[in-house]
Design a protein around this ligand. Sequence first.
Ligand code: GLN
Length: 486
Amino acid sequence: MKWIDCTAHALHEALLKKEVSSKELVTAFFERIASVDKKTFSYLTQLKEAAFSQADQADQQIAKDAAGPLTGIPMALKDNLCAEGVQTSCASKILAGFVSPYDATVVSRLREAGAIFLGKTNLDEFAMGSSNENSAFDATRNPWDLDRVPGGSSGGSAAAVAASEAVFALGSDTGGSIRQPAAFCGVVGLKPTYGRVSRYGLVAFASSLDQIGPLTHDVTDAAIVLNAISGDDPMDSTCLDLPVPDFTASMPSKMEGIRLGIPKEYFIEGIDAEVGAAVEKAIDAYRKLGAEIKEISLPHTDYAVAAYYILATAEASSNLARYDGVRYGHRTTAPKDLLEMYMQSRSEGFGPEVKRRIMIGTHVLSSGYYDAYYKKGQQVRTLIKQDFDEAFQSVDCILTPTAPSAAFKAGEKTNDPLQMYLSDIFTISVNLAGLPALSMPCGFTAEGLPIGLHLITKHFDEERLLQVAYAFEQCHDFHQRRPQLG
Ligand code: GLN
C-alpha cells in the first residue's frame, strides 16, 4: 500500500519507526491533490505553506519521541470550520473574502495534537444539501464514479479521504451530512452525540442539530480522531462536561451479549435492492459474531423528514440573518440606501437552496404559523426521541442502511428538492434525537459503488458504537478498497 492510502494509525507506526517523515507525507499528499483534485474537486483551499511548516514541527516532535497518534498526520477541514488566518467560505459567495480570526475548538485541538491541515474541503452551501451540487463553486464528484455525486454536505471531506487526498477529514452533520457522504464514498463517518464535541467555530446551520465529526478510512481512525476532538469547552455551552473515555480501548471482535435492533420502519419499499441485500448480509454477519438480532419499532419515523425541514430551516433563517453585507463578506456595489444594501447583498450572495431554506424558516417562525409548524415540529421531535429511548430499553445498538441508495448521478435530483431531501430519510432522526451514529462501508453495488451501514447507539455511548462497528470491520475488507483514479 502507498503511504497516501494508509490509515492514520498505520502512518503513526511508520512515522515512529522513521520509515517516513511527516514532510514526505505532506509532499505525497500535495502531489496526489495536484493529480486528482481536478477530477474530484474535493478542496476549495489548499494550505501548502502552513502545512509544510506544521510538518517540520511534527518531525521535530517525532525526533524527540514526543509524538501523539495524530502528530504529523495530514488531514482536511470542511470549509465551514474556522481556522485562524484562513478563508472560511461555507462554499457561499456571501462569505467572499472572509478570513477567520480564530480557530474552531476542534481545529485548535487537532493543531495541538500535531495534525497537519492540508486544506479546506468543498460542501453544499452552508452545509445545506445532500449532493454537493449546492456549492457555489465546482461541485465535488464521487471518486468511485466521477459522474456521480459524493453525497453531502460534507462531500468534499468524504471524497478527499476516499480519493487518498487526505488521511482523514472533519465534517459536520445536521441531518446526515457526515454519514451520507461517508456511505456514498465508502469511508467511515461518525456523528458524535450532540454535546460531545464543541461546535465553537463551526459556522452554524441549525444549532440544535449540528455536530462535528470525523471521516476516516477505518473505525480505529474514527476513534483516534474522536479522542482528540471530544470534551468540554467553555466556548460552547451545549458541550457537556463528561469524562471522555479512550475510544480506541477495548475494540472487541466478538459480539456475544450485544443486542442489535432492526427498526421495521427502515426497511421500506423504495430502498434500492442492492442496498437492502448488503444490509441483510451485514445483519447475518453480526448474527454469526454472536449478536442477538431483534426487530424493533420507531413508530414516528415517517414524520422525521418533515419535522427536520421545519426545525432546521427555522434555525437556519435565524442563524443566517447575520450575513448582511455590513461587517464581512459580500456587499453589493452602489445600493441606493441601507435597506437595498441588505437586500441586494443577500440576494447576490446566497444560492437558491439557501434562499429556499431562509424563506421556509421565516415562514414557519412567523407569528401566524408558529404553532402550526415550529411548535408541532418540536413536539414531533420529542416523540422521535422517545421512540429511541424506548428502543434502547431492549437493544444496545440500532442498525439500518445509511441511505436508501448508493451514490446517484450528478444532476439526477437537482430539480427535485423533495427527492433530494429524502436521501437523508435514515439519518435525520438521529440528529433530532441528538444521538451518536456511524456509517461504514458494508458492500458494493454491481457497478462498484460503496454501500453504507448505519449504526446508532444511546447518548454518549460512542464506545459501544465504535465497538460494534469494529467487530464488523474486522471480518470484512471493504474499508481497504480504494477507487481507481489513475
Ligand atoms: N442533507 C441535509 C440537509 O440538506 C442534511 C445536511 C447536513 O447534515 N448538514 O439539510
